[in-house]
Design a protein around this ligand. Structure first.
Ligand SMILES: CCCCCCCCCCCCCCCC(=O)SCCNC(=O)CCNC(=O)[C@H](O)C(C)(C)COP(=O)(O)OP(=O)(O)OC[C@H]1O[C@@H](n2cnc3c(N)ncnc32)[C@H](O)[C@@H]1OP(=O)(O)O
Ligand SMILES: NC(=O)C1=CN([C@@H]2O[C@H](COP(=O)(O)OP(=O)(O)OC[C@H]3O[C@@H](n4cnc5c(N)ncnc54)[C@H](OP(=O)(O)O)[C@@H]3O)[C@@H](O)[C@H]2O)C=CC1
Length: 515
């Protein structure tokens, strides 16, 4: 019997960010392994014209929840969607809902955040810092609370190269930042942002660091732990391999590579790609929830959920396998044949951008205009290159994360829990994982049917022929122009032609002698 699964049985669990990538997988695993848990409260807001209930139904009807519905047929009765908006100072939770949450909650998983790198500092502080502070305040009023698990990121201290499982102080106190956001206007906040975030690459990682400080300062008597995942990728094993549902992190770049838009990326192929499957993050998070509640460690423990310490993979290897899979099982209607390379210097990058990204986009838009259609490729390319520029920071550096707490936790689990809540990535086969990831992107993000693979392959063959034809035509035109203008080129051309003629005559003569 799994001790962790037994722990969550009969419990009332509060999850923020349950509609997000990580939150959904967390909820799925909880229902699948502890179907007799009491209730999962999810703090959520209506979105894209959908009510809370419609959003819940959509999640439950997705492929991700197919197994859950078999194990826990009354799953919809066990989800209680509570209206909340973490952008509001009081979180916009009604009095009645608040009362219920305060009196019933046993465990809190705080996953909600803005993960956009370029969000305004004001918005990022509101969500990643102030909302965390408010939730901690709520948690301190929950008499039945056994554990509060805060999801941070392994990159919250990415301004350091070696990162330990400790909270590093921020140059400016989070409380001061929160206060200043109350009275500074947007223009000033924007102006001081680079000065505040210093050597953090973006507002996301900076505010996640501030969020950790808040947890540290406001933990009081709460049983708190922090989980720091690195780059969260598609599922490795559970509930099935390759599930992914948003374009964040590598997923969007996998699409761009497979569709032939992205041809080069400024990155170090030997830098460590610290990817971690989302189901591994969830297993560790649930184990941390159990350990924190049952063993009640004296201080706030931080757990690095990273792969490089146990089973490192490099961006070069990852890029190679992405391409190999896109060749074997291509995406439909690719713009060009998938080919992408890592470049390490600025001049090569600019050359690649001009020749491999902008030129084809401009030519294609010209073709669309000439055929009476709306041009769209340069706009798309612009957006892609902007995305690439914000992700580049993470593909050009390697970090070392110590994993003592994570290893300690692994050793504390029973053999059954090590199996059911496996977070040991030493068993992960990267090539297999990346192949499943790319297939998952194809199936669950692009919604492409595997029946379309032969047609997609045929399309790639057509693109290859167009490519050869285009290059040959380009070469002939360039050569023709050169011959017309340069005596030396004409001489070289005559020399090549006469050489070819001599070779042909020689082979003819030797074959007639043999006969
Ligand atoms: C060999 C080659 C492979 C190698 C492969 C290397 C991968 C190397 C990854 C490193 C990754 C580190 C990750 C740290 C790990 C965390 O801790 S953070 C968690 C991950 N967070 C993210 O990835 C957020 C990244 N996204 C952003 O910050 C913002 O969306 C951007 C990219 C700055 C754009 O912001 P914006 O200009 O305000 O526009 P936004 O409305 O957000 O998006 C515009 C469009 O771009 C699309 N888009 C957004 N993100 C992406 C994306 N990642 N890709 C494509 N399209 C995207 C949106 O879907 C949207 O499309 P439409 O819906 O309009 O059609
Ligand atoms: N993805 C990654 O690579 C990594 C993620 N992490 C961390 O993991 C956690 C989850 O990330 P992930 O699932 O990928 O992110 P997503 O962007 O997929 O999900 C974010 C969640 O936060 C919710 N949320 C955002 N704003 C509000 C708001 N104002 N009120 C209520 N809810 C809100 C979203 O709700 P809605 O659906 O309504 O928008 C969504 O459920 C985050 O804390 C992130 O920092 C850490 C390392 C890497």
């Amino acid at each position: 019997m799994s001790m962790i699964a037994a722990f969550y049985s009969g419990k009332s669990i509060l999850i923020t960010g349950a509609t997000g990538f990580l939150g959904k997988v967390l909820m799925e695993k909880l229902f699948r392994t502890s179907p007799d848990l009491k209730v999962i409260y999810i703090l959520m807001r209506p979105k894209a014209g959908q009510t809370l209930q419609q959003r819940v139904v959509q999640i439950l009807n997705s492929k991700l929840f197919e197994k859950v519905k078999e194990v826990c047929p009354n799953v919809n009765e066990k989800i209680r969607a509570i209206y909340a908006d973490l952008n509001h100072n009081d979180l916009a939770i009604s009095k009645e809902d608040m009362q219920e949450l305060l009196s019933c909650t046993n465990v809190v998983f705080h996953c909600a955040a803005t993960v956009r790198f370029n969000d305004s500092l004001r918005h990022a502080v509101q969500l990643n810092v102030t909302a965390t502070q408010k939730l901690l305040l709520m948690a301190s009023q929950m008499p039945k609370l056994e554990a509060f698990i805060h999801i941070s990121t392994a990159f919250s201290n990415c301004n350091l190269q070696h990162i330990d499982e400790v909270i590093y102080p921020c140059p400016v106190e989070p409380k001061k930042i929160i206060d200043s956001m109350e009275w500074l206007d947007d223009a000033i906040v924007e102006e001081i942002t680079p000065k505040l975030i210093r050597d953090w690459p973006n507002t996301y990682t900076y505010t996640k660091a501030l969020g950790e400080m808040v947890v540290h300062q406001e933990s009081g008597n709460l049983n708190i732990a922090i989980v720091r995942p690195s780059i969260v990728g598609a599922t490795w094993q559970e509930p099935f391999p390759g599930w992914v549902d948003n374009v964040n992190g590598p997923s969007g770049l996998i699409i761009a590579t497979g569709k032939g838009f992205l041809r080069a990326l400024r990155g170090a192929p030997m830098a460590v790609a610290d990817l971690i499957p989302v189901d591994t993050v969830v297993n560790l998070t649930l184990a941390v929830g159990w350990y924190t509640a049952v063993h009640r460690p004296k201080s706030t423990l931080i757990y690095h959920c990273t792969s490089s310490n146990f089973n490192p993979c490099h961006w070069g290897k990852m890029g190679f396998q992405i391409l190999a899979t896109c060749e074997k099982i291509p995406f439909e209607r690719a713009f060009r044949r998938p080919y992408a390379d890592f470049t390490t210097n600025t001049i090569t990058t600019q050359y690649q951008n001009a020749v491999s990204h902008w030129a084809p986009a401009i030519i294609y838009d010209l073709y669309l205009r000439l055929t009476g259609r709306k041009p769209r490729m340069t706009k798309l390319m612009n957006r892609l290159l902007r995305t690439v520029s914000v992700l580049e920071y993470f593909v050009n550096r390697s970090w070392e994360w110590s994993t003592n707490n994570t290893e300690m936790l692994m050793s504390e689990l029973s053999p059954e829990d090590q199996r059911v809540f496996n977070f040991d990535v030493r068993q992960l086969n990267w090539l297999e994982y990346i192949e499943n990831y790319v297939l998952g992107v194809k199936k669950y993000l692009l919604k492409e049917d595997m029946a379309g693979v032969p047609e997609a392959k045929q399309h790639l063959r057509r693109l290859r022929n167009i490519h050869y034809l285009f290059n040959t035509a380009l070469f002939l035109i360039a050569w023709r122009l050169l011959i017309a203008r340069s005596q030396m080129a004409r001489n070289v051309w005559l020399f090549i032609v006469s050489l070819c003629y001599k070779c042909i005559s020689y082979f003819r003569a030797s074959s007639s002698l043999k006969a």
